[in-house]
Design a protein around this ligand. Structure first.
Ligand code: SF4
Length: 376
């Protein structure tokens, strides 16, 4: 494995690039049919509940940047559970049906079960319960799975980049043993957090040799293993196109060992392309933001830990909803402020990236917000 020298980029100013949305004079009642400039509905809200993590995966939170001197957000700037739930209910009125809790590592947020309980009480305008899920690195899952389930969490996605303990420890960069994450997955399945998904970020030359071992491990397990192309998220992970393993090659490698056939998406806007093993071994997925952009049906909005709304994973600018919350604006005013933001949305970074020469993955001067800040 070759150590590629990384360009160190100062970070402090990035988190604060946002505007305070205007509150229109004429308030309109949300009707759950908000569409952006491409007709994409607002259906999926990803909420980052902490910018901290106990791992230092180098494609997300490289340790040379997120070191002991890194200034994580002070508690006072984080949205409280009441504020998160208030904003979530406003987004639900605008059409959101699915909430994914992310981070950093969301299980590090104290009493997260309380927040899950508050969100689980929300319903869509049609009276349906929300689809509440969470993405975790699995380090605390064995201990927390039961209480998460009891609080109302329905399912969980666990990030797992290798089965080989040495490679896994190297990739999380904090020497964390893979066995503890595997045990967390077992406990989560046992308590009924399902369907359980396992996400592997594939970096060519780093862990692509783990594609088959992970597939072998999760076949016939009921868990859905997904392979994610290494993405140029944020401004610190030293992304290079030659470290991307296109999903087509991942599928080819798996198919040669375990024949696969393509299956239809579960719903419009699903990020993963689905495949099933012909021998009944279960399902896998590939998430191909680099080689097969899926912006056309992207119905995802993201809320940062301190209440900024981002319309794309590769955004460079946010909208400060916390200022409205703490500015004593009423829910209908905040709802009216959010509507034009989504309606004006044009984001399609992955499509645009495809048109750029391989190494120029961002327009000059533009710096993208870190994934560890707004969630994957
Ligand atoms: S690049 Fe942005 S617009 Fe495209 S799918 Fe990802 S989050 Fe959505």
């Amino acid at each position: 494995m070759t150590d590629i020298p990384r360009k160190i980029i100062p970070l402090a100013d990035l988190r604060y690039a946002s505007r305070i949305p205007a509150v229109p004079d004429r308030l309109t009642t949300p009707n759950g049919l908000l569409g952006d400039t491409r007709g994409r509905p607002l259906r999926d809200l990803r909420i980052s509940v902490t910018d901290r993590c106990n791992f230092r995966c180098n494609y997300c939170m490289p340790s040379e940047i997120f070191d002991k001197d890194y200034a994580f957000l002070p508690q006072s700037s984080l949205l409280s559970f009441e504020e998160i739930t208030r904003l979530a209910s406003i987004f639900v009125a605008h059409g959101v049906e699915k909430i994914r809790l992310t981070g950093g590592e969301p299980l590090l947020r104290k009493n997260i079960e309380v927040l899950i309980g508050m969100l689980a009480r929300l319903q869509t305008p049609q009276g349906k319960p929300l689809d509440i899920t969470l993405t975790t690195n699995g380090s605390l899952l064995a201990r927390k799975a039961q209480s998460l389930k009891d609080a109302g969490l329905q399912r969980v996605t666990v990030s797992l980049d290798a089965l080989d303990d040495a490679i896994f420890r190297r990739m999380n960069d904090v020497d964390f043993p893979v066995a503890d994450v595997l045990r967390g997955i077992e406990v989560a399945q046992r308590v009924g957090l399902a369907p359980l998904k396992v996400n592997m970020v594939v970096k060519r030359g780093t862990n692509d040799g783990q594609i088959l071992p992970l597939a072998r491990h999760f076949r016939h397990s009921g868990a859905v293993l997904r392979f994610i192309e290494f993405m140029d998220v944020g401004a610190t992970n030293g992304w290079r196109m030659d470290e991307v393993m296109p999903s087509a090659q991942v599928v080819e490698r798996l198919h040669a060992q375990f024949p696969l056939s393509a299956i239809n998406p579960n719903y419009s806007g699903e990020t993963a392309e689905r495949w099933r093993y012909l021998d009944g071994g279960g399902e896998i997925g590939v998430i191909s933001s680099v080689t097969q952009a899926f912006c056309g049906a992207c119905n995802r909005a993201r809320l940062s830990t301190e209440g900024k709304l981002f319309l794309c994973l590769f955004a460079t600018q946010g909208h400060d909803l916390r200022a409205l919350l703490r500015g004593n604006f009423a829910d209908d005013q905040i709802a009216a402020a959010i509507a034009p933001i989504w309606q004006a949305r044009t984001d399609r970074y992955s499509e645009l990236r495809a048109a750029l020469p391989p190494e120029a993955s961002a327009a000059p001067g533009e710096k993208r917000i870190e994934m560890s800040y707004i969630g994957g």
